[in-house]
Design a protein around this ligand. Structure first.
Ligand code: CAA
Length: 259
């Protein structure tokens, strides 16, 4: 997979793929092409049977400093409607495999929203999160006003969206926006460790479990419980369920095949 603004390693570790945002001079500002590349890479990795978990990262200074302000600055409302830049983001939501964000430095605006599209977040001590769009006369447009309050609650979400100020990794952890903080030099090791602990499980069960958790943000409790129950029963159609339960009974490690 050859891209201009991202580096993709489908075999970064066993069953683990990596997408690295790679516009370092612009702090990984998410221009249209970069997000199109992320969409294409995710689609291809989601279809790759060897991949069970995907990690998205940036570099030490920035995960991503938001949508590309220079690309948007002269646009009018009709241009924005026609370009519909956030439609490329729909693929992230559609990706069935678990996605881990490995975040160092700035995760701002669209960068913070990209983090919130991911399923788990490992952050370095230097990570900063924010929705600073308000400071440039706009507001979050890639899910920030909806996913942030669900992640951190109304008070902090309002503070971040209305002041545009950043929060530290420590505060993000307290608020429930991220899973863990690690020293910057261990960011990838720790992210891979988390990814491995997912990837050793049945890939079909991973996808069905992810689907059910995500539905909890959209469905009523009754609908969500119904989907959960259906997915649970469906997993009994897989060889992985037979293998997982047999391995438990026989006191050995399961060998999941994704079937
Ligand atoms: N878009 C385009 N370029 C960006 C950018 C962005 N979001 N963020 C940083 N850059 C560019 C800078 O223009 C600069 O380029 P030049 O060297 O050519 O001038 C380069 O990256 C380095 O940035 P700074 O010199 O500003 O670095 P700094 O360390 O002084 O400041 C920063 C870092 C605080 C992150 C600052 O760059 C900043 O405030 N960036 C913008 C953050 C922002 O407002 N993000 C929201 C964007 S809108 C959005 O995301 C909408 C949405 O909902 C999806």
């Amino acid at each position: 997979m050859n891209f201009e603004y991202i580096i993709v390693k489908p075999t970064y570790a066993e069953h683990i793929a990596l997408i690295q945002l790679n516009r370092p001079k612009e702090l990984n500002a998410l221009n249209l092409q970069l997000m199109g590349e992320v969409r294409d890479a995710l689609k291809s990795l989601d279809e790759d049977d060897n991949v069970r978990v995907i990690i998205i990262t940036g570099n030490e200074r920035a995960f991503a400093a938001g949508a590309d302000i220079k690309q948007m600055s002269d646009k009018n409302a009709i241009d924005m409607l026609k370009i519909d830049q956030f439609s490329t983001w729909d693929q992230i939501k559609k990706t069935k495999k678990p996605i881990i964000a490995a975040v160092s430095g700035f995760a701002l605006g669209g960068g913070c929203e990209l983090v919130m599209h991911c399923d788990c977040v490992v952050a370095s001590e230097t990570a900063q999160f924010g929705q600073p769009e308000i400071k440039i006369g706009v507001m979050p447009g890639a899910g920030g006003t909806q996913r942030l309050p669900r992640a951190v609650g109304k008070a902090l979400a309002m503070e971040m969206v209305l002041t545009g100020e950043f929060i530290s990794a420590e505060r993000a952890l307290q608020a429930g926006l991220i899973n863990k903080i690690v020293p910057v030099e261990l960011l990838m090791d720790e992210s891979v460790k988390m990814a491995k602990s997912m990837a050793r499980n049945s890939p079909i069960a991973l996808q069905m479990a992810k689907e059910a958790v995500l539905k909890s943000f959209e469905n009523s409790l009754t609908e969500g419980l119904y989907l959960e129950r259906k997915n649970f029963y469906m997993l009994f159609a897989t060889e992985d369920q037979k293998e997982g339960m047999a391995a438990f009974v026989e006191k050995r490690k399961p060998e999941f095949k994704g079937r």
